[in-house]
Design a protein around this ligand. Structure first.
Ligand code: V47
Ligand code: SF4
Length: 359
């Protein structure tokens, strides 16, 4: 089936930033062609960002892969005692920061598993270390899943946990741990993880405390369009009520080394999803094509389907690579600029909050 002429006219006639309702989004997801979706999303993207495509010079630190949860899509986590488990000591974190001190890094992306052995002081000292060695970088650390785990372990409210971390140097929260909010799917995929409602409440809390955050959606596994669109709608409603999302990142499922051996989304599905994210999330300014998970060529195409950001130079990412992501480990600044230019866009270096940085 294809889109009705009336629906196609409506899609082609969308005004910049115009809100679409959930029913129309579902109709588009099911029946619009990838070309019509991509064209409409490109117009929305151009209205906001022209031909600019953003990137940040960043460093990832995945401090431990020991995790008390066992999400079925996760190839990264290990149980305590597993010979492949690791936890970086603070000296090792320091060494990783020092070895790249000559690079103009503006963002530190720090996440890890839920490791019951690490004391509060480990996290606080890690944040202080980041601020001491890299005062010019924004510290984007700890997903809502980690924050809820800390609050429980430290016997603090989630608000006090966020305040304590902020005092030590935390600036913003990354978007991980959202997966898909649907509770039935969550039960199948990640039964030990905080619920979708809890994830949303924690991000609303961070926003109310003045701490910006990102949001993600893991797609291309067991979910269908209904769950994807419900997920995006929940994020849009949260942003209306408690604004603070900087960027949304659709994460295509990588299946290697996971318990959930299904192929992951096709290229067409990735483009349709990126386009629908752009069309639905009228109140979230930036859509990230995360090249580390999408691959570079797919990320270049995603810029034509509504995305406006490529994340960054990365180096040190282990979560997607553990699950078989075939992208390189890192890009240099010159390489990421070239990736954007040859795709037909103008590269703009930014900080975490999307403020442009002069080259
Ligand atoms: O929370 C885990 C996902 C997330 C797999 O905020 C997987 O700027 C695909 O959230 N296949 C971590 N995805 C990554 C993340 C992120 C990445 C880049 C930028 C930002 C940001 C956030 O990766 C996890 C989980 O949802 N994940 N396993 C997998 N096999
Ligand atoms: Fe642990 Fe996160 Fe992996 Fe789930 S996705 S097992 S919470 S590291």
């Amino acid at each position: 089936m294809s889109l009705t002429p009336t629906a196609l006219r409506r899609l082609r006639g969308l005004r910049p930033g115009e809100r679409i309702d959930v029913d129309f989004a579902l109709e588009l997801a099911r029946y619009a062609s990838v070309h019509d979706l991509g064209e409409a999303a490109l117009r929305q993207r151009r209205a906001r960002h022209g031909d600019r495509a953003y990137f940040v010079v960043n460093q990832h630190i995945n401090y431990t892969n020991i995790c008390r949860n066992a999400c079925r899509f996760c190839a990264y986590s290990k149980r305590e005692g597993d010979p492949d488990g690791y936890t970086l000591s603070l000296d090792e974190v320091e060494a990783r920061l020092l070895e790249r001190l000559h690079e103009p890094i503006r963002e530190l992306h720090i996440v890890g598993g839920l490791n019951p052995r690490l004391p509060q002081e480990y996290y606080l000292e890690m944040l202080r270390l980041c601020k001491r060695l890299r005062p010019e970088a924004t510290v984007k650390a700890f997903t809502a899943v980690e924050i809820a785990f800390f609050a429980e372990a430290w016997g603090l409210s989630e608000a006090d946990t966020l305040r304590t971390l902020r005092e030590a140097g935390l600036d913003v929260l990354p978007g991980g741990g959202a997966e898909v909010f649907d509770s039935g799917l969550r039960q199948q995929l990640c039964p030990d993880k905080i619920s979708g409602d809890h994830w949303l409440a924690l991000h609303a809390l961070a926003h109310r405390l003045g701490m910006p955050t990102n949001a993600t959606m893991l797609f291309g596994h067991l979910e269908g369009w209904e769950e994807r669109i419900a997920h995006l709608d929940a994020l849009r409603r949260l942003e209306d009520e408690a604004p603070g999302f900087m960027c949304f990142i659709p994460l295509p499922y990588q299946s290697k080394n996971t318990e959930l051996t299904i192929p992951g989304p096709s290229g067409e599905d990735i483009l349709r999803t990126v386009a629908l994210c752009r069309l639905l999330l009228d109140n979230i300014t930036h859509i990230k094509a995360y090249w580390a998970f999408m691959g570079i060529k797919m990320a270049q195409l995603a810029l034509w389907a509504g995305a406006d950001d490529l994340d960054g130079t990365i180096l040190g990412e282990r979560i997607g690579h553990a699950a078989g992501a075939s992208s390189p480990e890192a890009l240099t600044v010159a390489e990421i600029r070239a990736v954007i230019r040859v795709a037909g866009f103008t590269p703009v270096q930014r900080d975490t909050m999307f403020r442009p940085i002069a080259p």
